[in-house]
Ligand binder design. Structure first.
Ligand SMILES: O=C(O)c1ccccc1N[C@@H]1O[C@H](COP(=O)(O)O)[C@@H](O)[C@H]1O
Length: 204
């Protein structure tokens, strides 16, 4: 069954809803964003997350020191590198890792070959911020993807209405949502439940 991550959580009620709905992973944003949270807030929210749900920290071109400090303090399970981080940088940090590639064209899919990471996440290029645009990219570009499907995370404009089609077409290991479970820039409990339910009802 496809795994599901809900990202950009900022409130305890939404964390509880996501956990109760059956998410596999929760994302906290530590990068410039309207969804950015402080380290103290992340520690508070993380305490509500059971050990079978992964806690993923989203960073954009942060320093190694900051990444390691947040990883240990929260604590996190994975670092999501959502900027221009090189394989060399990620390798030196040596923590469980997800590298994000913003998909403009086929060339961006091929860049996945350069990375020795746990997961590759394909996302729509950001606008104001590096991610969380709420827009899909052309999933056709993933048809000949060289990344093993068990390492592939799909993001970008997913919502309860399109995630089933996304899973059928791309067959990712995990889907990742932020904007698609928000109303007026705030997470919505019903949309979180609807998204998780749509994923869980979808056969791979
Ligand atoms: O969500 C953000 O604000 C964000 C900011 C900076 C980098 C990444 C960010 N989020 C990531 O964006 C995608 C999902 O976006 P959406 O569903 O299209 O809104 C996901 O990978 C988030 O982790």
């Amino acid at each position: 069954m496809t795994k599901v991550k809900v990202c950009g959580l900022m409130e305890s009620g939404h964390v509880k809803t996501a956990v109760e709905a059956g998410v596999d992973a929760i994302g906290f944003v530590f990068a410039p964003s309207r969804r950015r949270i402080t380290l103290d807030k992340a520690i508070e929210l993380a305490s509500l997350v059971p050990s079978n749900v992964l806690k993923i920290g989203v960073f954009v071109d942060a320093t190694a020191e900051e990444i390691k400090r947040v990883y240990e303090s929260v604590p996190l399970d994975y670092i999501q590198y959502h900027g221009n981080e090189s394989q060399e940088f990620i390798g030196k940090i040596g923590l469980p890792s997800i590298k994000v590639l913003s998909v403009y064209s086929n060339e961006d899919i091929k860049r996945a070959e350069k990375y020795e990471v746990d997961f590759i996440l394909f996302d729509t290029p950001g606008k104001e911020f590096k991610g969380g645009s709420g827009e899909t990219f052309d999933w056709h570009l993933l048809e000949d993807v060289g990344v093993p499907l068990n390492k592939l995370i799909l993001a970008g404009g997913l919502n309860p209405g399109n995630v089933s089609e996304a899973i059928q077409r791309v067959k990712p290991y995990m889907v990742d949502v932020s904007s698609g479970v928000e109303i007026d820039n705030r997470k919505d409990d019903d949309l979180i439940r609807a998204f998780v339910s749509a994923v869980k009802n979808e056969e791979r």
